[in-house]
Design a protein around this ligand. Structure first.
Ligand code: C5P
Length: 221
């Protein structure tokens, strides 16, 4: 059986940074499931479809072609054959992703892809519902949190570094909306799995969080 580590939590908690480092340490692949929801949203936006329209979004997802490659511990995501790894990192796509993620048909299709990848490779998978729904038998489940101010600050810095023009209060407000959306949807919401270990990263460095997760993993194995 391949090994798996699930890292869930709200936006900006540091999941992807941490998951990348843990996967590199262990020689596992890193699967960023948020990128898949973002890719569905990008397709909707490109086609002029409202990301809140269930019918239209479900049509888009029926024959969407999402593929993922992993080279040098970096995930690339392709939409209909085109590399969209950067195009999905805008505030508009973030908000759209949280809208399309509410629809069950969207989730079922993406979860299927996520489980297929985990069925034959050792993975560190990050998302919102990995421990609670996608991989209920994961070898280790982490629920990574931080205060909303700290999460907004991190996301703000990240967007600034990418050269995007952003306003801190706007980033924070978008994050709160997204968290509410993710926690309140009925199908596979953002929730801490019963057997997940909660790690609050507010005043921890990246390396401290990685070290803690490595410790839990080695202890569990
Ligand atoms: O992690 P990231 O911020 O890239 O995720 C974008 C959005 O995709 C989240 O706000 C959430 O709505 C959705 N998502 C989800 N389930 C996952 C991963 C992401 O619903 N496993």
């Amino acid at each position: 059986m391949p090994k798996s580590i699930a890292i869930d939590g709200p936006a900006g908690a540091g999941k992807s940074t941490i998951a990348k480092k843990v996967s590199a340490n262990l020689g596992f692949i890193y699967l960023d499931t948020g990128a898949m929801y973002r890719t569905v949203a990008l397709k909707a936006i490109n086609e002029g479809v409202d990301t809140k329209s269930q019918n239209d979004v479900e049509k888009i997802v029926e024959n969407i072609d999402i593929t993922i490659s992993h080279e040098n511990n970096t995930q690339k995501i392709f939409l209909d054959g085109v590399d969209v790894s950067e195009a999905i990192r805008t505030p508009e796509v973030s908000a759209g992703a949280s809208n399309v993620a509410v629809f069950k048909e969207v989730r079922l299709k993406l979860v299927d892809l996520q489980r297929k990848i985990a069925s034959d490779k050792n993975v560190v998978m990050d998302g919102r519902d990995i421990g609670s729904y996608v991989l209920p038998n994961a070898d280790l489940k982490i629920f990574l949190t931080a205060t909303v101010d700290e999460r907004a600050r991190r996301r703000y810095e990240e967007l600034l570094q990418k050269g995007q023009k952003v306003d801190f209060e706007e980033v924070k407000a978008d994050m709160i909306i997204r968290d509410n959306n993710d926690s309140s949807r009925t199908f596979a919401p953002l929730v801490k799995a019963e057997d997940a270990i909660e790690v609050d990263s507010t005043s921890m460095t990246i390396d401290e969080v990685v070290e803690k997760i490595m410790y839990y993993y080695l202890e569990a194995g």
